[in-house]
Ligand binder design. Sequence first.
Ligand SMILES: *[C@@H]1O[C@H](CO)[C@@H](O)[C@H](O)[C@H]1NC(C)=O
Ligand SMILES: *[C@@H]1O[C@H](CO)[C@@H](O)[C@H](O)[C@H]1NC(C)=O
Ligand SMILES: *[C@@H]1O[C@H](CO)[C@@H](O)[C@H](O)[C@H]1NC(C)=O
Ligand SMILES: *[C@@H]1O[C@H](CO)[C@@H](O)[C@H](O)[C@H]1NC(C)=O
Length: 325
Amino acid sequence: MKCSIVSLSLMAISTLAAPTMTSFNHVSLPKRAALLEDVASTGYATLNGGTKGGKGGKTIEVASLSELATAVKGDAATIVLVTGPILGNGENVKIGSNKSVIGKDSSVILTGFTLTVKNVKNVIIRNLAITKVVGGDAIAIQVAQNVWIDHVNLSSDRDHDKDHYDGLLDITHAGDYVTVSNTVFHDHWKCSLVGHSDNNGSEDKGHLRVTYHNNYWYNINSRGPSFRFGTGHLYNNYYENVSDGVNTRQGAQLLVQNNVFSGSKKPLYSTDSGYAVASGNDLGGGQNTASVGTLTKVPYDVSGLLAASAVKATVVRTAGATLVF
Ligand SMILES: *[C@@H]1O[C@H](CO)[C@@H](O)[C@H](O)[C@H]1NC(C)=O
Ligand SMILES: *[C@@H]1O[C@H](CO)[C@@H](O)[C@H](O)[C@H]1NC(C)=O
Ligand SMILES: *[C@@H]1O[C@H](CO)[C@@H](O)[C@H](O)[C@H]1NC(C)=O
Ligand SMILES: *[C@@H]1O[C@H](CO)[C@@H](O)[C@H](O)[C@H]1NC(C)=O
């Protein structure tokens, strides 16, 4: 599938440039450079009108916490380009609707404060590292729709107790139409929670539709993710030394395709009637003990699906804040 797309586009190009060329084997096209105006093109974030972030709005460059907090306020379409590292101390930067918040390059590390996406719609967070948020989540998505988290690098350390830091990426209170792609989650206890409480079914049921793909998870104790009530699609994720991996709970329905686990105690498991349909995964000798569910397909195109054998090399090379703007 992948090969045929590449050769088709090569043919289209070479029809213009070199009409006599007929063989295109072993040619690889350079990857298209990432653009500030990129929109979500995979997963649940492509539904419900799509996730365009600040596309079409002006670009504002920020280099401090106060500049960042000001630039992300309000509903006007804006691309907020963070140009340098920012150190915080437990603050909560609340991002308005129609925003793309993008790190310029891998030097942009946000330390010690939370990005909150709450009561808003249409937000992109891209190419940022966020680390060591004491007592809070690195990214918190609540009552929000259409969020794309891409090429982000989220971490803390495991030198403190489990509750010193909170989650790296928690999606709660009926958050919906979310895609998490090309992201690194590492060195953390409780990584990514979807649905914060067994008692919140009345708010969460029918929502919490989240896609996680091509993410690299390493040195994590649990929640890769832990998923209550909602609908999840996990594909082409690579897990290295993640003790408790994907936990499906409280009626959640997951489709778990072509992921790779290395050194996992519990790669895929249910608690309290959570369900999963699993195929094409490499569980690295671990077991899938999840109850078989009903989610066999998703309502969007999944043309980029890699075989499990290609996942580690691709994901380790591309995930994280590896883009340059
Ligand atoms: C921004 O978001 C709001 C609320 O989601 C929406 O009503 C509005 O049309 C958007 N504005 C722009 C400029 O895209
Ligand atoms: C759960 O959701 C409801 C809305 O249905 C909210 O008002 C309530 O605070 C939430 N409960 C808990 C335990 O978080
Ligand atoms: C995972 O654990 C193994 C064995 O302890 C170690 O060799 C490897 O470096 C770890 N992987 C990562 C990404 O830290
Ligand atoms: C992610 O962040 C860690 C520091 O927390 C850094 O060592 C690592 O190189 C980063 N990786 C990527 C791919 O951005």
